[in-house]
Design a protein around this ligand. Structure first.
Ligand SMILES: Nc1ncnc2c1ncn2[C@@H]1O[C@H](COP(=O)(O)OP(=O)(O)OP(=O)(O)O)[C@@H](O)[C@H]1O
Ligand SMILES: Cc1ncsc1CCO
Ligand SMILES: [Mg+2]
Length: 278
């Protein structure tokens, strides 16, 4: 199994590469948190661009180092944009991150998330309920039907999604990140548990969405597993630091962006995590 020290060295390398190269990771994401996603991507050293249309999704898929797709608020045009963009990403072997927000609601969301099974996102990022439900939709181990998904917030704990996360990662050959109080990140053979964060992250919208955008930024510079772990680590570090300086969710969101910006590569790599073999 890869050692913790090796993982930390690769995390440091990824953070430093991003800060040095300002890589572009385009997004097709929900209208609720689109601004927060872009700001978080910029704060960690990346460059952001958001689009809605099929030919523009194609452009970003080709121009960017990685792409973020989040199905939070669907529009009719997405029936065309999302499969078109995901197919290009798959066929050109470009990394892409899927956030299956609220999987189970509505027929278009279900249809699109079904189609993504064959386009194999390099990272799937979601809360526990979404990861379990996506594994169910894709008929993989650890999944259940979509009935546990109440909306965009999780009703399950991270550990209940472990089998689903491993099965999804084995299917895609990439990584899966399950967010919650502790984050679980796996490539199907190793599982990392990343600690920290803040209860205020449940009191602002878009902590998860923007985490997905930041995973895409790191995916331009490293493997899916290291990208997902590095993004989770900087979120946990910045969240804990921000909580110590504020007394409510409004100022937390502002302070959190500052802490994302200030976090050093070494601090991120040394944010507490442990690993286990699957
Ligand atoms: N109770 C908590 N304590 C510490 N950190 C948390 C807590 N809840 C969430 N987080 C952190 O918040 C980030 C987003 O995770 P969360 O599970 O809230 O995503 P989400 O439900 O998809 O969010 P959204 O859909 O609003 O974008 C992760 O970095 C996670 O570690
Ligand atoms: C609140 C909300 N509704 C659709 S997407 C979104 C952002 C968090 O997932
Ligand atoms: Mg979410």
């Amino acid at each position: 199994m890869i050692t913790k020290e090796e993982i930390q060295n690769r995390m440091i390398q990824a953070v430093e590469t991003v800060i040095k190269t300002n890589p572009m990771a385009g997004s097709i994401t929900n209208t609720v948190t689109i601004n927060f996603v872009a700001n978080a991507q910029l704060a960690v050293g990346g460059s952001a661009a958001m689009v809605y249309l099929p030919d523009e999704g194609e452009f970003l898929a080709k121009a960017g180092g990685a792409t973020y797709i989040n199905v939070g608020t669907l529009l009719p045009i997405y029936e065309e944009t999302l499969p078109h963009t995901a197919k290009i990403l798959h066929d050109t072997e470009k990394p892409w991150v899927l956030d299956p927000v609220a999987v189970g609601i509505g027929s278009l969301r279900t249809q699109l998330l079904q189609q993504f099974k064959e386009y194999k996102p390099s990272v799937i990022r979601g809360n526990a309920s979404e990861i379990i439900a996506l594994a169910g939709l894709w008929e993989l181990d650890g999944g259940t039907d979509v009935s546990n998904v109440r909306g965009v917030d999780s009703t399950d704990t991270v550990n209940t999604a472990k089998a689903a996360a491993v099965a999804l990662a084995k299917w895609t050959g990439g990584a899966v990140a399950v967010s919650g109080k502790t984050d679980l990140i796996t490539d199907g053979s190793v599982i990392a548990y990343s600690h920290g964060g803040s209860h205020f992250m449940e009191k602002i919208t878009g902590a998860g969405c923007s985490l997905g955008g930041v995973v895409a930024v790191y995916s331009t510079a490293t493997s899916p597993f290291i990208a997902a772990l590095t993004a989770s680590a900087v979120y946990n570090l910045a969240g804990a630091r921000a909580e110590n300086r504020v007394d409510g969710p409004g100022s937390f969101q502002v302070q959190f962006l500052d802490e994302l910006y200030k976090a050093t590569a070494v601090d991120i790599a040394h944010n507490p995590f442990e690993i286990e073999e699957v």
